[in-house]
Ligand binder design. Sequence first.
Ligand SMILES: [Zn+2]
Length: 127
Amino acid sequence: MRRKVLLDGQCEVCHTDVESLSHIFWDCAFVHEVWDVSKLFPSNSRVHFHSFMDMLWYGVMEADWEQTKIERIVMVAWAIWNNWNKIRVGGTKKSSQQVVYSALDFLAKFQEGVCAASVPSSSNQTH
Ligand SMILES: [Zn+2]
């Protein structure tokens, strides 16, 4: 008789560590690959922040990152989260390249859309 054992709290991607936000975004071996492919951080630096806000704080207040870099990091983090959620519900895992390129592609399309849609807002409000 086989029983499906649900290892509650284990990372669905690498199956080696307990899932936590810091694991999902920084510690997971798969996520290391993703950040490596993205080249958004120096390859020899150990990427680790306790939270996403810590990272943004560091980037904006201390490291003085450019806005485009921050946008990319946010998009890649969003793609990591999205990918991870899909895996949890039984979807297929993207490769680290797919995660990065789909995120950056989405960002580029989004920015094109924002530029195309920059029509002056018409106000119908009356007093
Ligand atoms: Zn993991």
